[in-house]
Write a protein that binds this ligand. Structure first.
Ligand code: ZN
Length: 300
């Protein structure tokens, strides 16, 4: 059924490898079928259009309150969505699947796609749907093999075509679109540092913007490395101002249709980050009706 629905939705340009796309279907099916517990997020969104156009796949489709979290995080590169997705994944006990991590792992392990990936990444371009689907497919298979259920996707879908492929095989309950004012975003991107030894991520940018025109102040302290990492910090090759600005421009151009895709289905939750993690995290939990969940897990 899933495969049939995928055929219907598949755009004119075929995927480069039918084998890969069927393994994606396989693993998403496994992943969604294996969910046993459920978490009612209780998010107040219009649920009228749940299901989308491919309602011919009943085995995979359950009411949102009868299955695990199947969420997507959207947001500009550098907005911090990885941080929030990772925290939520710990809180809710579902895997955080970041396509950025998948790409970096492939690069660092010199996998078969590494040479092609290195070229794309160094030019600040976005990785093709085919490569992302390939990497995601492998990750979902590993996830299913471990018996994990639910997911928080971070960095996928990035294009309307990816969103359509995803909709053809599984339900997405909620899409959280994280937003940050552009001056703060640029400063954050340029402040990113990576420890060349342990791979730890840090940020040396100290953002302190005085509120104007009724906007509140915004303060985001740097995320400084521990002493043993401090002398080993490197800037990623793609974190120059020219590349960052180009990346944001490309992102904005591509993300608008994806946001609209989910907005029209009543699944998009817009969230303006009010500052750093201490201000933003409680407000995000509030927006997701998860404050009680956080207290329970803190007390446990
Ligand atoms: Zn380190």
């Amino acid at each position: 059924m899933a495969a049939l629905s995928y055929q219907v939705l598949r755009p004119a340009r075929a995927l480069s490898s039918p084998k890969l796309s069927s393994s994606l279907l396989f693993s998403i099916r496994l992943l969604t079928s294996s969910s046993s517990s459920s978490i009612g997020s209780g998010v107040d969104l219009q649920a009228a259009s749940f299901g989308g156009p491919s309602q011919s796949v009943p085995p995979l489709r359950r009411e949102p309150n009868q299955r695990n979290v199947q969420w997507v995080f959207l947001g500009c590169p550098g907005v911090g969505k990885g941080t929030y997705a990772s925290r939520l994944s710990n809180l809710l006990g579902v895997p955080h699947i970041a396509t950025g991590d998948l790409v970096r792992e492939e690069l660092s392990s010199s996998g078969p796609l590494a040479p092609e990936l290195a070229e794309v990444v160094n030019q600040g371009k976005l990785v093709s749907d085919e490569i992302i689907i390939n990497l995601l497919s492998n990750r979902l298979q590993a996830s299913a093999a471990k018996g994990e259920s639910g997911f928080i996707l971070d960095g996928f879908p990035r294009t309307i075509r990816q969103a359509e492929i995803l909709e053809g095989v599984t339900d997405i309950d909620l899409v959280i679109n994280l937003k940050l004012r552009e001056d703060a975003l640029l400063a954050k991107c340029l402040g990113r540092r990576l420890c060349s030894e342990c791979g730890g991520n840090y940020n040396i940018a100290s953002i302190d913007i005085k509120g104007e025109d009724g906007n509140p102040d915004m303060y985001m302290p740097p995320l400084l490395p521990p002493p043993h990492c401090a002398s080993k910090l490197i800037t990623r090759a793609d974190d120059t101002e020219v590349v960052v600005k180009e990346r944001l421009r490309v992102y904005n151009e591509m993300s608008r249709p994806v946001e609209e895709f989910y907005r029209s289905r009543g699944k998009l939750l817009e969230f303006d980050l009010p500052g750093g993690i201490p201000e933003s995290w409680p407000k995000l939990l509030q927006a997701l009706n998860l404050e009680d969940h956080d207290k329970q897990s803190a007390a446990a």
